[in-house]
Design a protein around this ligand. Structure first.
Ligand SMILES: Cc1ncc(COP(=O)(O)O)c(C=O)c1O
Length: 493
């Protein structure tokens, strides 16, 4: 195509002048500030089906022309505010999804405007140093060696994958990156029965197959049975397998249980097996001096996964992988193609595309780095301590309540179930009733628990990773749930 004269004097439809940006941005921030001030008074979530959500959006085809950004942002904010599930709500207790720090949201805006590509230092000089400092500070909170390697990733799954892949490379005494798994013995991995499903994805995606996962039984406290671990390793070695890694979980997804990390570390050391800790949720409680003792053994791990978008209250997405010896990350991930001239030799700066799975990368570290400074070490310790205290308070309340059976309370997760006073429901019927109760509560919008299955029992499960939850929210919960259960019982009788 020939260009005539000044036809590319560009008035690009996506660009915004400074005034337009300022006006749209100020209006958006005003609208969001109002939302933040009033969100607690809204229902936790909408009672909305997928078809209803789709019909609200409409099924128009892609607009041919453009729309003015300010007006579009205002409408979109309203749409989302009216039809979202709010993990920032003080009575949101589902899964392990935290309330996001407002400074993190502003950090995401700042990161997007600067838009560094965090794949290489040259493309993100100051931002890469901020990421490195963030990794060090997270290690400090965990009492993990601060000269470890590490990087920010999208969340717990990806952080665990990084540890898994670093272990896989380190365990192979052949060139696994060139020859793949076929050149060695079949590899096996070990984890407790309470381990999050990331391990299945990792075993599947990274070539071992899910039948390489040895689900080690747990003791009466749901912690990995270390004798069973030893026995499984011995059996596998005798049968010609190569044990690749043992996963200890610091805060299981269902009950917040912390595995016996010290004992597992000792087994790994004796057996020369990589020790990985999935601390996506619970590792950050190591900031407390009086944390469960096992959390102070994190430093013994070869790698740790931890999620700033859980107990550092960063907006989603933010996970972090730490590897004790930085060399293992480079060994597992680095390629240096000829078209990337990002430095060489001893002085090569940290280029994050060489340390993980991504190539181009966003500036996830910024929101975490800002949060760490706004709250500081002591601020985080206080918020995490308060969350744990609220979970314990709830446990005591349901324990004292005649219609509840309190089951577990670890870190900030409490589990319990509703048991009708007349003893009319037992076994499967009691499980079905508690499941129906959970669905009722989630649709109702006044509080949002999720569930756990413990010893075959369907339990209601609350997790407090929310600096907006207060004592009154917890105190109101038992009666709120019990009254919903009574109504449900009446309706189903
Ligand atoms: C212990 C544990 N590991 C891993 C994950 C996965 O984290 P993400 O959802 O951030 O990928 C979770 C999520 O709740 C978790 O609790």
């Amino acid at each position: 195509m020939e260009s005539e004269g000044n036809t590319v004097g560009r008035d690009a439809p996506l660009d915004m002048g400074a005034d337009e940006f300022r006006e749209a941005g100020h209006a958006l921030v005003d609208q969001l500030a109002n939302f933040l001030a009033t969100a607690s008074a809204r229902p936790v979530g909408p009672d909305l089906t997928p078809p209803q959500a789709r019909s609200l959006l409409g099924d128009e085809t892609l607009p041919q022309g453009g729309t003015e950004a300010g007006e579009l942002l205002a409408r979109t904010t309203e749409l989302l505010a009216d039809h979202s599930l709010f993990n920032r709500h003080p009575k949101f207790f589902g899964y392990i999804t935290s309330s996001a720090a407002p400074v993190g949201a502003l950090g995401d805006l700042l990161a997007a405007v600067m838009n560094p590509n965090m794949g290489a230092w040259l493309l993100s000089p100051m931002a890469s140093e901020i990421e490195a400092q963030t990794v060090r500070w997270i290690a400090e909170l965990l009492r993990y060696p601060t000269d470890c390697g590490g990087l920010l990733v999208s969340g717990g799954n990806m952080a665990n994958f990084v540890g898994f892949l670093a272990a896989r490379r380190a365990a192979a005494d052949w060139d696994i990156r060139e020859q793949g798994l076929r050149a060695g013995k079949p590899m096996t991995v070990y984890c407790s029965a309470g381990t999050h499903t990331w391990i299945q994805k990792a075993a599947d995606l990274f070539g071992l197959g899910t039948d390489a996962v040895r689900w080690i039984t747990t003791d009466g406290d749901l912690r990995m049975d270390v004798d069973a671990l030893r026995a499984a390793i011995a059996t596998d070695r005798a049968e010609g397998h190569q044990p690749l890694l043992v996963v200890g979980t610091a805060g299981t997804v269902s009950t917040g249980t912390v595995d016996p990390l010290r004992e597992i570390a000792a087994v790994c050391q004796e057996e020369d097996i990589w020790f990985h800790v999935d601390g996506a949720y619970g590792a950050l409680a190591a900031v407390l001096d009086d944390a469960p003792e096992e959390l102070h053994a994190l430093a013994l791990a070869d790698s740790v996964a931890v999620d700033p978008h859980k107990w550092l209250y960063a907006p989603i997405e933010a996970g972090c992988a730490l590897v004790r010896d930085p060399k293992h990350l480079l060994d597992a991930f680095s390629f240096q193609p000829e078209y990337y001239l990002f430095g060489s030799g001893e002085d090569r700066p940290v280029n994050y595309h060489e340390l993980g799975l991504q190539n181009s990368r966003g500036f996830r570290a910024l929101k975490v780095w800002l949060g760490l400074q706004v709250a500081g070490h002591d601020g985080y310790a206080q918020m995490i301590r308060d969350d744990i205290e609220l979970a314990r308070r709830l446990f005591q309340l349901v324990e004292a309540h005649p219609e509840f059976e309190a089951r577990t309370c670890e870190l900030s997760i409490t589990t319990f179930r509703y048991v009708p006073l007349d003893g009319s429901l037992t076994g499967d019927a009691l499980n079905d009733f508690n499941q129906a109760l959970l669905e009722e509560l989630q649709a109702d919008g006044r509080c949002y628990p999720s569930n756990a299955i413990v010893d075959g029992d369907f339990l209601l499960r609350t997790c407090v990773v929310n600096f907006r939850t207060q004592t009154s929210d917890i105190d109101e919960l038992p009666e709120l749930i019990a009254s919903t259960a009574r109504e449900l019982l009446q309706r189903t009788e």
